[in-house]
Write a protein that binds this ligand. Structure first.
Ligand code: T5A
Length: 222
């Protein structure tokens, strides 16, 4: 008797500017998936591997000045390791992957914020062999000032958080342009709403994907 083929997992990413609630909602999504019986690997970028975490520390906390292109290439280098050694193997084994930021963050921050251009950032990833996009991206969107208010209680500001509003306006515009270009994959959620409303919306977006996977595995949501 042959063993049943493994159904590959789904790849989800969570995106948005600082303070929009990615970390808060990551936990909610993880719990939602786990209570539906889905095995999920939670990870983040920059980071997600030992080398990626070392690059993260330089990217967010280096005291040295850095060219925009250097920043972009280090983000991409972290991603190459992450995709090859963590994301793809987990998906192939049937696990779902939930990443706190992924390639869209480079399109927004380096392509838009740093004005490198979205297409150049895409081209670098193609060159580096990073072609796997998420099956679903949740883009938490809200005005920059509200994000600043929400994280004002924190003392530490990292190298990128320290940027001024026009930088984040460009990041936000680039994120929204990506969503407009790929509305099937990227779902924009109004993150200025109270948390229960945001999470109801997230659950509604996740439901069809979960149903599809559970049916493929011969189960149902009940
Ligand atoms: N970066 C990253 C790039 O430039 N290029 C890239 O390619 C990648 C991958 C990484 C930095 O690197 C940059 C982008 C970033 O600058 P990070 O680790 O992702 O940084 O961290 P931040 O975005 O800085 O994450 P934050 O922790 O600042 O924000 P979160 O996680 O979005 O927000 P969260 O969940 O901590 O919430 C903030 C506060 O708001 C409350 C929470 O309780 C919390 O107190 N909150 C709400 N309050 C009211 N209503 C709601 N709906 C709320 N949701 C959350």
């Amino acid at each position: 008797m042959s063993t049943p083929a493994v159904v590959p997992g789904k790849f989800l990413s969570l995106e948005g500017l600082e303070g929009v609630g990615k970390t808060t909602n990551l936990e909610f999504i993880q719990e939602t998936l786990q209570s539906a019986g889905v095995s999920v690997l939670v990870t983040r970028e920059p980071g997600g591997t030992e080398l990626g975490e070392a690059l993260r520390s330089v990217l967010l906390h280096s005291q040295h000045a850095m060219q925009a292109e250097t920043e972009m290439l280090m983000m991409a280098a972290s991603r190459v390791e992450h995709v090859a050694t963590v994301i793809l193997p987990a998906l192939a084994s049937g696990q779902w992957v939930l990443s706190d930021r992924y390639l869209d963050a480079s399109l927004a921050y380096q392509g838009g914020g740093r004005e490198i251009g979205v297409q150049r950032v895409k081209d670098i990833h193609t060159l580096a062999g990073v072609t796997r996009m998420p099956d679903l991206t949740l883009l938490l969107d809200m005005p920059i000032a509200l994000g600043r208010e929400r994280i004002a209680v924190r003392n530490a500001t990292d190298r990128i958080e320290a940027e001024a509003d026009p930088f984040f306006e460009r990041c936000r515009s680039a994120y929204l342009a990506v969503a407009k270009e790929d509305p099937v994959r990227v779902k924009v959620i109004d993150a200025s709403k109270p948390l229960d409303i945001v999470q109801t919306k997230i659950a509604q977006i996740l439901a069809p994907l979960l149903e599809e996977t559970l049916l493929a595995n011969g189960r149902s949501l009940g």
